[in-house]
Write a protein that binds this ligand. Sequence first.
Ligand SMILES: Nc1nc2c(ncn2[C@@H]2O[C@H](COP(=O)(O)OP(=O)(O)OP(=O)(O)O)[C@@H](O)[C@H]2O)c(=O)[nH]1
Ligand SMILES: [Mg+2]
Length: 259
Amino acid sequence: MSVLPPVRRDRIVTELPPCFTRESALHTKDIFHPKVKKACQDDRTGTVGLKISKIIVVGDLSVGKTCLINRFCKNTFDKNYKATIGVDFEMERFEVLGVPFSLQLWDTAGQERFKCIASTYYRGAQAIIIVFDVNDIESLDHVKQWLKDALKENDPTSVLLFLVGTKKDISSASQYSLIEKDAIQIAKEMRAEYWALSSLTGENVKEFFFRVASLTFEANVLSELEKTSPRKIGDVVRINNNDKNPYQRRKKSRSDCCQ
Ligand SMILES: Nc1nc2c(ncn2[C@@H]2O[C@H](COP(=O)(O)OP(=O)(O)OP(=O)(O)O)[C@@H](O)[C@H]2O)c(=O)[nH]1
Ligand SMILES: [Mg+2]
């Protein structure tokens, strides 16, 4: 008998949520991978429904990491800045294609003096969310360093990356479009999916986390299927890097972009 209450009705994912921009997306398919759908239908998702996926949120101080998590998990927004000391985390339970799926969202400190405590919690992430403030170009300049630090503790070949611009509500359309160009370019170089949102208004916040949950779920099920299906002699490994084959493993050299 399950001791957990049922998943909230507004945490149920039945379709793959769309990306924010096709220019910088982890993949641009508009449906879940057919193998994943089939595995869910046939109840062959192995341990995916039992595991908790760790997601870490990093970025400069005061860019809005805590507000982002609080907007999604608690639907609250605090206009006063209270620095995160070390780390904090929230759990969010989803149901994706009928399978329970939990995310543990780790909110880390951006302040330099707390960074070394926070970085000890980076290990074992399945996705890294790198946050910058769309009104602060310096915070965008620092995202590659945040990525580099987070990747030291994680497997760059399997972790999913998201680059998120916050505080969209205080940016004018013309200001925003200037920084968006740079942000998309950087996201492409990092092989991250780009999003822009506002925790104050809530714009794109739910859409973003649904996308994180769905892509992490999809990657988990694919990796579970890979583990359980023995390779046949003569299996062909595709190595072309184009959008028609979005589920291939990331090349090890990705972290080079930060060096
Ligand atoms: N207008 C606006 N303000 C925001 C938004 N997100 C965060 N803020 C404000 O920005 C400040 C910093 O937000 P936090 O979420 O605490 O920043 P943080 O990245 O967690 O900072 P550290 O914990 O020090 O790393 C607060 O005053 C928030 O109210 C947003 O989307 N719009
Ligand atoms: Mg914080």
